[in-house]
Design a protein around this ligand. Structure first.
Ligand SMILES: [Zn+2]
Ligand SMILES: [Zn+2]
Ligand SMILES: [Zn+2]
Length: 162
C-alpha cells in the first residue's frame, strides 16, 4: 500500500479534488478488472466520498434519496459488497459503517483504521507487520485467527491542535 496521500487530510484541503481522484481510481480498478462501474455503484461511492467520515448503509440511502428515488436497502448493500470486494470501500466494524478507500492496495492488504473520536474522520495505515505478529501470538495458543480488522480510536493530528 502506497501512502502518497495524507492519512488525515487537513480540514481545509481540496476535498473536491480528493473525491474526484478516488472516483478516477475506482474507474481504473473496474476497467482493469473488467467489472462494470454501474450508476448505483458510482452513486454509493460518491455518497461515501462526501467526507472522510464513514457512513452507515442507511446514511448512504438518505444521501442518495436527495438526488434520486430512494434506493432499496438491498440495492445499496449489493453495491457496497461490490465496492468492498474490489478494495474501493472498507467496512469499519466498530462503527458498522463504510469508508471509501482511494489507496492503491489490493482488497486483501492488511490495513489498520485510525478513528478520530472528535471529528469522526477515519484514516488508514498499512498494518501487515502488526497483523502477522498478532496472528502469530494467537496461533501459539492454538487459536485459528480469522482477524482482518485493526481499529484504533483516538484523536487525529488536526483535532489535537484545536
Ligand atoms: Zn478529502
Ligand atoms: Zn484502503
Ligand atoms: Zn479529528
Amino acid at each position: 500500500m502506497k501512502l502518497e496521500k495524507p492519512t488525515f487530510p487537513a480540514p481545509d484541503h481540496d476535498h473536491g479534488r480528493c473525491a474526484a481522484d478516488a472516483l478516477t481510481h475506482a474507474e481504473r480498478v473496474c476497467e482493469l478488472r473488467s467489472r462494470k462501474f454501474t450508476p448505483i455503484r458510482r452513486q454509493v461511492l460518491e455518497a461515501l466520498l462526501s467526507s472522510h467520515r464513514p457512513l452507515g448503509a442507511y446514511e448512504v440511502i438518505e444521501a442518495l434519496a436527495k438526488s434520486m428515488p430512494r434506493p432499496a436497502p438491498i440495492t445499496v448493500y449489493r453495491a457496497l459488497d461490490f465496492l468492498m470486494g474490489n478494495g474501493l470501500v472498507h467496512r469499519i466494524e466498530s462503527r458498522n459503517a463504510f469508508l471509501a478507500c482511494a489507496h492503491d492496495h489490493d482488497s486483501t492488504a492488511m490495513v489498520a483504521f485510525l478513528i478520530c473520536e472528535r471529528c469522526g474522520s477515519v484514516g488508514e495505515i498499512p498494518a501487515a507487520p502488526i497483523a502477522q505478529s498478532l496472528g502469530a501470538a494467537a496461533r501459539i495458543t492454538g487459536f485459528a485467527p480469522r482477524m482482518s480488522v485493526v481499529e484504533i480510536t483516538g484523536t487525529c493530528a488536526h483535532c489535537q491542535k484545536v
